[in-house]
Design a protein around this ligand. Structure first.
Ligand code: ADP
Length: 331
């Protein structure tokens, strides 16, 4: 049976042209799937590997809506995109994976946490605030207690928009935005499971990995596959990740980040609805890498085998502050 995707006029759109998008394009090139990419930067890493590049603001309604016109399928490599435009495109019949409703829930950390509470998915207790300035009142009235974790509700990633508050003054200087105050979890380790799901409902998950974060930068520094935990706990983390993917009715990859507490509870921290740094080990470590798997999932192809070829470790190398690399030649 021939599929309509390869070496055809089928068009896949990808919102965001960063390094995750670029790695997804290694797979679209391999399979000769035509791609159109949008990114605000004229020097976006994806520019050289996509078939069509459009420079545009991912948060602008018109830019995203126009981008989606004429596509057969739309996916993302970053979740901060204009969702009203995606919703309109979806209403007009365009397939958008991950589904816009999931991006809506995930884009805001408060609604994401409420989703877990509503679905009975274990997560750390939290309080939602319309403004950071309201937290102090809550503390004096016996509400939120120190220490806690302040998280900006939107636009935070890689540790930006997250701060551990141990004393009142730690709140000084934080942006006065919608946020959550979350109980500080005394965790043994941070775990993640990347789950793939296609529209037909086939599901495949990668092994449970352990993530080690840089203590100051709050960025992941090492990802170890498989996690160094006993098989019962690994099974518990895997089952929880599958439950989360099912609750979302997700399509594409969903990276589920979790805390393993000192008393062996597994709590969901947050999810990323796309290829994720906790899945990079799969590029060399797994029989199917996460980018091929994302493509398989959104195209509703059979999912690939997620077993490991070997033990793997991912090391995140980040340049010095203010360091800039060589520039690509733009045509
Ligand atoms: P981001 O969206 O920036 O990745 P996260 O919510 O994943 O933000 O938080 C970044 C890191 O901060 C986590 O990986 C973890 O190390 C720490 N952290 C987040 N929430 C908590 C918490 N409730 N208790 C303890 N540490 C936390």
């Amino acid at each position: 049976m021939s599929t309509p995707y390869f070496s055809s006029d089928f068009k896949l759109g990808i919102l965001g042209g960063g390094q995750l998008g670029k790695m997804l394009l290694y797979e679209t090139r391999k399979w000769d799937v035509y791609t159109r990419v949008m990114d605000p930067s004229p020097e976006a890493p994806s520019r050289l590997a996509c078939n069509e590049f459009i420079q545009g603001d991912l948060l602008d309604f018109d830019a995203v809506y126009q981008f989606g016109k004429g596509l057969d399928l739309l996916t993302i490599e970053i979740e901060n995109v204009n969702l009203d435009a995606l919703e309109k495109l979806e209403e007009e019949g365009l397939k958008v994976y991950p589904p816009t409703r999931n991006l809506r829930t995930i884009q805001n950390k408060a609604t994401q946490k409420l989703f877990y509470t509503d679905k009975g998915i274990p997560t750390s207790p939290f309080t939602r605030f319309a403004y950071t300035s309201e937290i102090k009142d809550s503390m004096t009235n016996g509400g939120v207690q120190l220490p806690f974790v302040w998280k900006s509700a939107s636009m935070g990633y890689d540790g930006r928009g997250v701060k551990i508050i141990r004393k009142l003054e730690d709140l000084d200087g934080l942006p006065n935005v919608e946020c959550i105050a979350e109980e500080l979890v005394d965790f043994k380790s941070e775990l993640a499971v990347v789950v793939a799901r296609n529209p037909s409902g086939q599901v495949a998950n990668y092994p449970v990995v352990e993530m080690e974060f840089h203590p100051e930068a709050n960025q992941v520094e090492f990802v170890i596959c498989p996690a160094n935990i006993d098989s019962k706990l690994a099974h518990k983390a895997q089952e929880l990740a599958l439950q989360v993917s099912e609750a979302y009715g997700h399509v594409g990859l969903l990276a589920v980040e979790m805390f393993l507490t000192k008393d062996d509870q597994v709590l969901v921290n947050e999810v990323a609805p796309r290829p994720h740094n906790s899945g990079h080990f799969s590029i060399e470590g797994s029989f199917t890498n996460q980018f091929e798997q994302h493509l398989r999932a959104i195209l509703d192809l059979p999912l690939g085998y997620t077993g490991s070829k070997a033990f793997a470790i991912m090391v995140n190398l980040v340049g010095e502050p203010n360091e800039s690399g060589g520039r690509i030649q733009t045509p």
